[in-house]
Design a protein around this ligand. Structure first.
Ligand SMILES: *Cc1c(COP(=O)(O)O)cnc(C)c1O
Length: 465
């Protein structure tokens, strides 16, 4: 054993080092001790690898400082989304409207009538809070809200098809981002999957032939994140509903995104709206709260009173229920839809999707000019044509054309720049295309501009090791 290793200070000694003692003033002592232990262990490992190096107490104290601050910093942090993907599942999907944020804060701060009927002075239902509004906006008879759309699908199938069969087209066995796969969700609900048709073509008669004594539900799944092109055929919601009802069965549709207004008014291809799906005669439709709706993570179920009532009474429902902050945000978001123009102005997801080319060009130029001036010889900055995406498994082929800021670093590799940007206190997530970093003004929020500018200037002008 080397003297150097033996000479390493113990936790009990270093805790009294002035720099470490100062840390305990503003960080939990247990955390500083953990950081200290980890730092001493790391020093021991470094010495074992190379006995020639010198590690002083001050070195260890400095390491403890960094480690303890990193441990104390929140793990969930704000990031700047410069990717141009509006509903970015990895970046938290939809930022909330101002009124929704205020509603969340109010609900979080104190007590509320979450499950209290104020008129009657007794227990009420948390779902009544948004049910009326959902029905008013969509024409549905009844509504229920759970944790997310995956939960909504699972709950509905569990309530109506446990131990029985659910018929789905082979062209609609969707996987969303790995964790949500229709066959897996179906299995989890206790239902048996019966696949019909082929990948590209499924006919009404395929469903007809698959119906047997164990069939409970005919399920349609919105092919949110892919399209099958060419020689294709699928059964419409209306045809599925007609067939189901003629045979005494139920027809459900998992709408995925579930748009409340016509996406054509945002300059996007038309996605069936929630109201349109209900008009097709389906018994139940489900969709997400945080995709095209632009609200909080939630799963909305809409249908007839009897269907929704049965689902609400299912024991699994209790395990999937939403909390007050979700309901507060959802209610405030839905309120905005009473005036579609207002919804498009105030719901960030809709505003970003519908952003005019002129607006984007102006923003791109402003960002680019400031950067070009600050970066000088460190990078070449330009505004180029590109396109963003809706994301969140909605409208996968709608290319959101628009100008972006392109940055070609002169002295650093673009991958290195991107990784440094991700490592910042407020990380910046950008697209890389060839040897350029692309910043899409569509998803850069107004409050992000200053931090974005500072991040790029510091990253690109930093001395390169
Ligand atoms: C996104 C999506 C889901 C999952 O919704 P979550 O709210 O993320 O649980 C399920 N089905 C389809 C078709 C989807 O697009």
């Amino acid at each position: 054993m080397s003297d150097k290793l033996r000479a390493l200070p113990a936790v009990g000694d270093l805790i009294h080092h002035p720099d470490v003692a100062a840390m305990v003033e503003h960080l939990p002592r247990s955390l500083v001790v953990d950081a200290l232990r980890a730092e001493i262990d790391a020093a021991r490992e470094r010495l074992k690898n190379d006995l020639a190096i010198e590690i002083t107490e001050a070195d260890i104290a400095a390491g403890v400082q960094q480690r303890a601050c990193a441990m104390a910093a929140p793990k969930l942090k704000r990031v700047i989304n410069a990717t141009g993907v509006v509903v970015h599942t990895n970046l938290g999907r939809s930022p909330l409207a101002k009124t929704a944020i205020e509603a969340v804060v109010t609900a979080a701060k104190g007590y509320s009538n979450l499950e209290y009927d104020l008129a009657a002075g007794r227990r009420g239902s948390r779902y009544a809070l948004v049910e009326e509004l959902l029905c008013e906006l969509t024409g549905a008879e009844a509504a229920l809200v759970v944790n997310n759309n995956a939960a909504a699908v699972m709950l509905a199938l569990s309530a109506f098809a446990r131990g029985r069969e659910v018929v789905v087209s082979r062209g609609e066995l969707v996987e969303i981002g790995g964790s949500f796969r229709i066959p897996a969700v179906l299995a989890e609900s206790g239902a048996r999957l019966v696949e019909v048709g082929t990948t590209n073509r499924t006919h009404r008669k395929d469903f007809e032939q698959a119906i047997g004594e164990h069939t409970a539900v005919l399920l349609k799944v919105h092919t949110s994140n892919y399209h099958i092109l060419g020689f294709t055929e699928s059964v419409s919601g209306a045809d599925l509903a007609t067939l189901a009802h003629a045979r005494g069965l139920l027809a459900f549709e998992d709408l995925g995104s579930g748009s409340m207004l016509n996406t054509a008014s945002l300059g996007l291809p038309h996605e069936p709206t929630v109201a349109e799906a209900l008009q097709e005669g389906l018994d139940l439709v489900t969709f997400s709260g945080d995709k095209l709706l632009g609200g909080p993570q939630a799963g909305v179920l809409l249908g007839g009173k009897k269907i929704i009532g049965t689902i609400a009474e299912n024991p699994l429902h209790r395990a999937l229920r939403v909390d007050k902050m979700t309901l507060a945000a959802l209610e405030a978001t839905l309120q905005l839809y009473r005036d579609p123009q207002r919804a498009m102005r105030e719901i960030p997801t809709l505003r970003m999707l519908g952003a005019k080319n002129e607006t984007l060009r102006r923003r791109a130029r402003t960002i680019a000019q400031a950067l070009a001036a600050a970066l000088g010889k460190h990078a070449k900055v330009s505004v180029v044509k590109s396109h963003g995406q809706v994301g969140g498994g909605a409208l996968p082929f709608a290319e959101l054309a628009g100008p972006v800021v392109a940055i070609a670093p002169k002295h650093l590799s673009v991958d290195r720049v991107a990784s440094r940007l991700r490592a910042r206190a407020v990380p910046v997530i950008a697209r890389i295309e060839r040897d350029r970093l692309l910043l899409d003004p569509r998803t850069i929020l107004d409050g992000d501009r200053r931090d974005l500018h500072i991040a790029l200037v510091e990253t690109l002008t930093e001395e390169t090791p």
